[in-house]
Write a protein that binds this ligand. Sequence first.
Ligand SMILES: Cc1ncc(COP(=O)(O)O)c(C=O)c1O
Length: 422
Amino acid sequence: MSYEPTSEFARRRDEADPLRGFRERFALPRGGRGEPLVYLCGHSLGLMPLAARELVLEELTDWAQLGVLGHEHARRPWIPYHENLRDGLADLAGARPGEVVAMSSLTVNLHLLLAAFYRPSGARRRIVIETGAFSSDRHAVASQIAWRGLDPRDALVELSPPAGTDTIPEEKIEAHLEEHGAEVALVLWPGVQYRTGQAFDHGRIARAVHRAGSVAGFDLAHSIGNMPLAMHDIDADFAVWCSYKYLNAGPGAVGGCFIHERHDRPHLAGWWGHEAATRFQMRPEFHAAAGAAGWQISNPPILSAAPLIASLALFGAAGLQRLRQKSLMLTGFLEFLLDRLAPDVELITPRAVDARGCQLSVRIVGSPGRGRRVFDALTALGVIGDWREPDTIRLAPIPLYNSFSDVFHGAQALAQALRLEP
Ligand SMILES: Cc1ncc(COP(=O)(O)O)c(C=O)c1O
């Protein structure tokens, strides 16, 4: 007897979901006629926690009422504002509180940490990334290399998936480092690859990088808040992330960094990285604050950090382990439905659950241009995912706010879109 998935089955799974109450604490987008949309795009922009509006309004109110005095007397004083985010971010990054800081934005933080951690010297001059890395990461790395007077065509190494595959086994990184490690100054690797959704074993990568005498940096844009991380224990040297995807802090929200506590690198200094007790003496010498806080350069962007407080509170209440358990079920359900309802799509994301987070990337096969047409049809059916050239649709059910019914309707709509665009 073959099993036919039904909306009733999804509804029952929702009823049994201990985290279902969190959905009500988010603003769920609607279409032009007020109809509910199926939002499966939290890998790109997370939804707004309802409490974010209140938190931003509180900052605006404090600004209106207090002006400059808000730095010290706002209900959450602005001078140590980043401290409101520290513990929640440390939990999500798997770090000690002093190892993380919310600051600036992703690519800027990447530049800053590459400036400190990329120390080419003699033959050890290369940076290793994955082929098809997010454009901004590649631009940052290539321009850092050129900035040191080196040639990215020589010093930028891009590791590709084996021929005919989409994902990169960790063995490939290990093999490269065993053979060429003496030339590698730094490896910058994604936690989850943005296009394929492949999640990597960070610990294994960090160990291989360190065996080669090199530096291990991670871009956690697609993994923080998506799956549990252990940056401290795996001994990563540094990591960067943004807060507008799985962290639900809103467009352009404040970014974040992890710097392992064993590092006391020269800081590219700004006044906010100065130890707080003497910062306002405005002396010419720079005395770095302890830990990652010493890497701050400017004073924190209060209005783009406030929503993150709301979101981190939800992560704290739900618990990352419980979110991961639900995420495995939601994404597994999506995979199950796609296999049955949409057999003519190709799953790019690994099927092994340890090698993926929330996101599934599906390649639309068929005539040129079909993928984009299918994606447009899916959007017209009220399902929000996103499109990556040349042929990929990314969908991510997010355990904080997506339901099994969302997944059911999303998969059904994709099957319909495939029929509409044969
Ligand atoms: C992997 C990755 N790197 C870099 C960026 C660029 O981020 P930002 O514009 O915040 O610097 C993004 C944005 O989505 C990303 O996903």
